[in-house]
Write a protein that binds this ligand. Structure first.
Ligand SMILES: [Zn+2]
Length: 386
């Protein structure tokens, strides 16, 4: 019952490329990472199940469980990383480099670094009688589609009372984040000679009305929904990309606008989408220009765990930090759908993620192991916390 040292595990995981990307040319398998984790946890006596994702060859989740019974604790993370820009790194992204108390490498912070720490904490309990099971979960495709976590939620095979998602929060417990959705709005007009507007239907003229309506709706949402726990306390809508027309002397026939919306906990992405459809249908009728709305990605729901729940309070006590919110999305909503009281809590700083020379600070390692060990002791070993 021995696994490699924490830093050796980290170096091994960083050395396994596992980029996930909506661009198929950049998308990679995550099986290399999954297999290492499965082998180490198997070695420790966990019952491991590699769960291939349907219709996604080369992608899998891992569920590794120690101890029997109901309830217990899940330590969860994603195995994939974002793509990288090779020319901007000062180190090989796939070779862990230690310098000035930092461990550099793609995914070091977001979030391969969590797994060695979770495994080191778990290793302390392999010969102890657990009252409730300890489960380590590793998912695929968090950075692109959250397909791994969505599949877990769909299957319903993962059961536990509590879950920690080890995304980088600087070891501060996080109980809420906003949801995220991206939409594409297309307008279909008709081209014609610009000298006579009646020869066509100008899609840009209609887009002007669409944008006005969007900004009106945005203001109304910001008045209706406010949550001061967030740095940006209202839901946001960003008009991010506009493409239209080709020549000044042609009536613009086609226009496309891409937007993103970040919804507060308590808001429902389907309701927002329905409302947008109603409003833009009215614009389409008044302009005589068909308008279509499509989702560019499957929405990530907002996430919120009550601040006074057991796991939030435990992590506040152990970390010495009050729980807060973050601006990025996580797999939290999907574990919550499975009935788990879920908190995001992990080493590293999101400020170092998704960029060249990503690193994990060395001083984050041992405190995270210690905190996770104490949480496992409380939620799996005895009933102090429940
Ligand atoms: Zn992440």
């Amino acid at each position: 019952m021995a696994v490699p040292k924490v830093l050796d595990m980290l170096a091994t995981l960083i050395g396994e490329p596992s980029v996930s990307c909506t661009n198929a040319a950049l998308d990679q398998s995550n099986l290399g990472v999954i297999n290492h984790l499965a082998n180490w946890l198997d070695e420790l006596g966990f019952a491991t199940e590699v769960m291939p994702l349907p219709d996604k060859p080369g992608k899998a989740n891992l569920i590794a469980r120690l101890g029997g019974g109901q309830g217990g604790l899940v330590l969860a993370g994603h195995t994939d990383t974002v793509p990288f820009d090779d020319t901007r790194w000062s180190h090989d992204p796939f070779e862990m480099t230690e310098r000035d108390g930092r461990f550099y490498g793609l995914g070091s912070c977001d979030m391969k670094g969590f797994f060695p720490l979770a495994i080191a904490a778990a290793a302390q309990f392999v010969d102890k009688p657990l009252q409730s099971p300890l489960t380590v979960v590793a998912t695929s495709d968090e950075e692109s589609s959250m397909a791994g976590a969505r599949y877990l939620a769909e299957c319903g095979r993962l059961q536990a009372d509590y879950a920690i998602i080890g995304e980088p929060t600087r070891a501060i417990p996080v109980y809420a984040h906003k949801g995220f959705m991206t939409l594409c709005i297309t307008l279909q007009g008709a081209s014609g000679h610009s000298s006579n507007p009646d020869l066509g239907r100008n899609a840009l003229d209609a887009m002007h009305s669409v944008m006005s309506e969007l900004l009106t709706y945005r203001s109304q949402l910001a008045q209706q929904y406010v949550n001061v726990a967030f740095d940006v306390s209202v839901p946001t809508m960003n008009l991010g990309c506009l493409r239209a027309g080709d020549n000044p002397n042609r009536i613009c026939a086609d226009a496309e606008l891409q937007i993103d919306l970040r919804l507060l906990p308590g808001m429902d992405s389907d309701e927002v989408l329905d409302e947008l459809r109603i409003r833009l249908r009215r614009v389409a009728e008044s302009q005589g220009t068909p308008i279509d709305i499509t989702a560019l990605s499957t929405p990530v729901p907002p996430f919120e765990t009550p601040v006074d729940c057991s796991l939030v309070r435990t992590l506040e006590e152990l970390s010495g930090h009050s729980a807060g919110t973050v601006a990025f999305g996580t797999e939290g909503p999907f574990l919550q759908q499975l009935g788990m009281e879920t908190v995001v809590f992990g080493p590293g700083d999101i400020d170092q993620a998704h960029q060249p020379d990503e690193y994990l600070s060395a001083d984050q390692l041992q405190p995270t192991i210690d905190t996770l060990s104490e949480v496992i002791a409380r939620y799996c070993l005895d009933s102090r916390a429940t």
